[in-house]
Design a protein around this ligand. Structure first.
Ligand code: ATP
Ligand code: ZN
Length: 487
């Protein structure tokens, strides 16, 4: 079995990954706040942790991985859009309009991330569906003295958790010295953070022992991870910008709510996508969305290729030169497979025959802390194979990397002509000719076998022989009329 090595941000070391339960490997990734389109930076964790999800599924089996990624749908910016729509005369209650806005943003997010070849996580919880779990977790923290209520708020007391700051390597004293924010009068310590806060009357809120209000952002992830993955699970991931304070606060809450359990074993953080040396972010305004690129005609797999060309723990830029290079490489790769008759039929024959196996070296490189660029270099070597059968590890590697999600798409991806549609009766004729050719070969009637091969060639039928089986597809020059009157 391939050993996966992961760099754990919490220990600052790379170590072999050993799941708590190999029959159910559990991973939580912090998902988006669904108030607007995702920008290209937001797509980086999605693509990177999609590779990890696929790798875990390859190593431990697809039914043995649970991947949770949440939607944060409690947010002032979602409320603002809904309020504006209401003011402009939109029908429905404010709650409905808020829910509609989240639904709309989630649908965009799905469409954009699907286009990048990212698989949907196993579970995608919405924070608003888990408020009860958040309230119980906060009640537990108050009861055990790790949190206190003040003026309708509930705050986590960082002094009650001596390990606070361990993940990001900061001490509470340094944090206080470095903080420039104005401290709310109800906080006992300036670093204490909000678990629950009051909701204004005109905004959505939920009943709680501390009055009508809503959860803080950090408790959402702690509560959903606990409900869906348990008190201790394998991997927790997100962008480096979340390490402090978001992940530090998640650890404090979860470890205090479930003492002795440990929360996540491994922490992974992707570095930032940058624009001229600065994090691409909504607040800086230096962003463009995934949809902007797709609309400009940049294919999703090209965006994915560029993302994966840089190691996830290094900052990276998006440049047009990288886009062009990725496009040329992918075209070349898909063209090779197309020329060797690859398509849904060929792939399913290879899979059924058990010939769809990953190249061990490719897998080993990828498993080394997700060395995606190294894995792509290995794919380049594998792409040099000369026959359809020997190209199988290359094709399987492209699928594992998520560059191909539908083998019927190869024509589009290779930039070749579209594969012509074929009627069922014409297809039956082609198959009869292929079967007759196989029978002629079996009978060692080489002249007849050659004649049938030429007929198929002339009609533009591309036949790929894989061991005992043949698959076929119409080439761009396919001409059904040349099959008339033949059997
Ligand atoms: N420039 C970036 N590069 C890589 N990852 C990023 C970048 N910006 C945000 N992320 C990641 O995107 C995910 C979604 O984050 P979130 O929804 O909080 O972003 P946001 O607040 O909408 O964006 P911004 O950070 O631009 O304000 C998080 O895992 C976060 O770490
Ligand atoms: Zn989170």
């Amino acid at each position: 079995m391939t050993t996966i090595q992961l760099y754990n941000t919490a220990t600052r070391r790379k170590a072999p990954f050993e799941p708590i339960d190999p029959a159910n490997v559990r991973m939580y990734v912090c998902g988006p706040t669904v108030y607007d389109r995702a920008h290209l930076g937001n797509a980086r964790p999605v693509v990177v942790f999609d590779i990890l999800f696929r790798l875990l599924a390859e190593v431990f089996g697809p039914d043995h991985v649970t991947y949770v990624r949440n939607f944060t749908d409690v947010d002032d910016r979602i409320n603002e859009t809904a309020q504006k729509r209401k003011a402009a005369g939109a029908e429905g209650t404010l709650e409905q309009l808020i829910h509609d806005r989240s639904d709309e943003t989630i649908a965009w997010y799905h469409a954009d991330m699907d286009a990048l070849g990212a698989l949907r996580p196993t579970i995608e919880p919405r924070a608003t569906e888990w408020i009860g779990a958040m309230v119980s977790m906060i009640e537990g923290l108050v009861a055990s003295g790790h949190a206190y209520a003040a003026e309708g708020h509930v705050l986590f007391s960082v002094e009650s958790y001596p390990e606070y700051g361990a993940l990001s390597g900061r001490s509470v004293d340094d944090m206080i010295a470095g903080a420039r924010v104005e401290v709310a009068p109800y906080k006992r310590n300036s670093m204490d953070f909000v678990l629950w806060k009051p909701s204004p009357d005109d905004l959505p809120g939920w009943d709680s022992p501390w009055g009508r209000g809503r959860p803080g952002w950090h408790i959402e992830c702690s509560a959903m991870a606990y409900e869906l993955l348990g008190a201790r699970f394998d991997i927790h991931a997100g962008g480096m910008d979340l390490q402090f304070p978001h992940h530090e606060n998640e650890i404090a809450q979860s470890c205090c709510a479930h003492p002795g359990e440990g929360f996540a074993d491994v922490w992974l953080h992707n570095e930032m996508l940058q624009v001229e040396g600065k994090k691409m972010s909504k607040s800086l305004g230096n962003f463009f969305t995934v949809r902007d690129l797709l609309d400009k005609g940049v294919p999703g797999e090209v965006i994915r290729f560029v993302m994966l060309s840089t190691h996830y723990r290094k900052p990276m830029d998006w440049t047009d030169a990288k886009r062009a290079e990725a496009e040329a490489t992918l075209r070349g790769w898909f063209g090779i497979l197309k020329a060797h008759g690859y398509g849904p039929q060929t792939v399913s024959i290879l899979k059924e025959a058990g010939d769809w196996v990953q190249d061990p070296e490719f897998l080993g490189v990828l498993a080394n802390d997700l060395n995606t660029s190294g894995a792509m270099a290995r794919l380049h070597v594998l792409s040099k194979a000369r026959t359809a059968a020997k190209l199988a590890p290359f094709a399987a590697g492209l699928e594992l990397m998520g560059f191909v999600t539908d083998w019927a798409d190869l024509a589009r991806l290779s930039g070749a002509d579209e594969t012509p549609a074929v009627d069922a009766d014409v297809a039956a004729k082609v198959e009869a000719l292929i079967a007759a050719r196989a029978a002629a070969r079996a009978a060692k009637d080489w002249a007849e076998a050659d004649r049938l091969r030429d007929v198929l060639n002339d009609a533009g039928v591309r036949v790929t022989d894989l061991g005992g089986q043949a698959s076929w597809e119409p080439g761009p020059e396919f001409d059904a009329s040349k099959l008339e009157g033949l059997t």
